[in-house]
Design a protein around this ligand. Structure first.
Ligand SMILES: C[S@@+](CC[C@H](N)C(=O)[O-])C[C@H]1O[C@@H](n2cnc3c(N)ncnc32)[C@H](O)[C@@H]1O
Length: 506
């Protein structure tokens, strides 16, 4: 960490302590709000800056408390009369649009903002999908994902256009009025806000927003198959104390919110504070993580700008013919392949029915909804259909799994060369997608082959491009695992049938 960054962090933690933010019930031992349970640390492979255990922590312990008065909310920001009067003239703006304007308005105040020490600690740039350019978006290769990225950008553009009159009325400086600034502020809100009961725009929580993410534990996983029968599936959204939207909508009314609060964190009305609990035992020095909620890798990219190589909640959707969708009553987004390669309950049930001759469908309905196989013959056909479909999807990509793995190595190599200032020397050796990246981002001048941008800027593009390649690689691996799984099932059916035949004839 640079000297200046360290000084900024120290003054931020001191400021936070003065606001009553604390990682202990004991009086602070230093001017910092941390040090007794948590400390700021850097985890290069798991979120960068984050919070580490300052001592051994026990599961369920209160590890951080942020009083309501220290939460940045629309309500707290709108104590500024000029802002409040201006906002009241735009009743059609959504709560998150208003929060975005409020954040930009505060940024615009610079050093005179009461929140300045906190604002200085916010990231300067983000990798959420709305920040991606055309090149990175196309590198996702999967139509649904490309569509999600394009939608994220157009949604951001639309909400910026709608809010621009309000921002002009507030006399924001021209830099703060730009789409770039808007995308920055929206990404701050998308990736850092926490859920609060009184405002659906959520709140920004100084220090509390330094926790990096771990997917929910095993208890909340693989509950998709109990989509119909098991209430645990409704925990998913509720376990999200972070405010980022999820695309899945479950019935959140049956939640055992108290249980979730015990393991994660949430706003507690009785103490008027955001309280964070250790969700497992941690050893001193280990990174303390929070589960912001249940997200697929694409959702993580959209709302938080990162993905997990091992994400138990990841899913792959393959294109299905329209008749498949219309043959079942399952929602479209329940027809997917789990990250371990197994088709989801709904996808399996749908295919079992769809691949049954029309005149026999009525008689097997009860078996379909109980999740049972219809017959070994039907199961073989279903698995064979899955193998064929996954192979067809994989064949259609411009690059294979192996190509993508090599490309990720190449991107890492480019980063290393860039860091050591030698990227220019090796530019001519790049070909294929790597060359296209450099040309597309105007990093190579066709004639001279000269690097045009500073590596700091190139790197930001490179990080997004790498995320796109990592995402499509994960997607392809799920399909490859599905092929393996379905082939294993077919082989088992064939072998069981053979054994049964042998037993019959012996
Ligand atoms: C609430 S902030 C966490 C603190 C953040 N690392 C910081 O320095 O301010 C959420 C952001 O942290 C990063 N992040 C969190 N968990 C991560 C993980 N497991 N892997 C990679 N990045 C992660 C992502 O950039 C995400 O948008």
């Amino acid at each position: 960490m640079e000297e200046e960054e360290r000084e900024n962090l120290e003054s931020f933690l001191k400021w936070a302590s003065e606001l009553g933010i604390s990682d202990s019930n004991q009086p602070p031992e230093s001017s910092s709000c941390l040090g007794q349970s948590l400390c700021v640390s850097f985890f290069p492979d798991a979120g960068g800056r984050g919070l580490a255990a300052a001592r051994d922590l026990r599961k369920g312990e209160l590890i951080l408390r942020v009083p309501k008065s220290a939460l940045m909310t629309r309500e707290s920001l709108m104590r500024d009369e000029k802002l409040s009067v201006a906002v009241s003239k735009y009743p059609s703006l959504a709560s998150t649009q208003i929060f975005t304007v409020c954040l930009l308005y505060e940024m615009n105040k610079r050093k005179s903002s009461w929140w300045y020490p906190y604002l200085m600690e916010l990231p300067r740039s983000y990798d959420t999908l709305a920040c991606w350019g055309h090149f990175e978006t196309k590198a996702l290769q999967v139509d649904d994902a490309i569509w999600a990225a394009e939608k994220a950008t157009s949604k951001a553009e639309f909400s910026w256009i709608e809010a621009i009159s309000l921002m002009k009325e507030l006399n924001l400086k021209s830099r703060t009025l730009t789409f770039r600034a808007w995308v920055w502020a929206s990404a701050t809100i998308s990736s850092r806000t926490l859920h609060i009961p009184w405002d659906d725009a959520g709140c920004l929580c100084p220090v509390g927003d330094l926790f990096n993410y771990a997917a929910p534990g095993e208890d909340a996983l693989d509950s998709e198959d109990s989509f119909v029968t098991d209430d645990r599936s409704s925990w998913r959204n509720a376990s999200s104390i972070w405010n980022g939207e999820t695309t899945e909508q479950y019935d959140v009314e049956q939640l055992d919110v108290n249980l979730l609060r015990l393991t994660d964190g949430g706003y507690e009305k009785d103490v008027s504070a955001y309280c964070f609990y250790s969700r497992k035992n941690y050893q001193k020095g280990e990174q303390v993580l929070l589960s912001y909620g249940t997200y697929t890798n694409l959702e993580l990219l959209e709302h938080y700008g990162f993905l997990l190589d091992e994400n138990p909640n990841d899913k792959a959707f393959i294109p299905l013919e329209p008749e498949v969708y219309s043959s079942c009553s399952w929602p479209k987004d329940s027809l997917y392949i789990h990250q371990n390669g197994k088709p989801s309950f709904a996808l399996l049930s749908t295919l079992r029915l769809w691949l049954t001759p029309q005149n026999q469908r009525r008689s097997v309905g009860h078996l379909i909804y109980s999740g049972s196989q219809l017959s070994s013959e039907n199961e073989k056909i279903v698995m064979g259909w899955m193998v064929k479909s996954c192979k067809a999807v994989l064949m259609n990509f411009a690059t294979s799994i192996e190509d993508d793995k090599l490309l990720i190595h190449k991107i890492d190599g480019m980063e290393d060369f860039g860091r050591s200032g030698k990227l220019e020397n090796v530019l001519s050796t790049f070909e294929g997608e790597a060359r296209a990246f450099l040309e597309n981002r105007c990093l190579i001048n066709e004639e001279s082959g000269v690097k045009l941008l500073e590596f700091r800027v190139i790197r930001r593009y490179m990080e997004k491009w790498k995320l796109a390649v990592q995402w499509r690689l994960r997607y392809k691996r799920i399909l490859a695992d599905c092929i393996t799984h379905c082939t294993d099932v077919i082989n088992k059916i064939v072998s069981d049938n053979r054994s049964a035949m042998r037993a019959k004839h012996s």
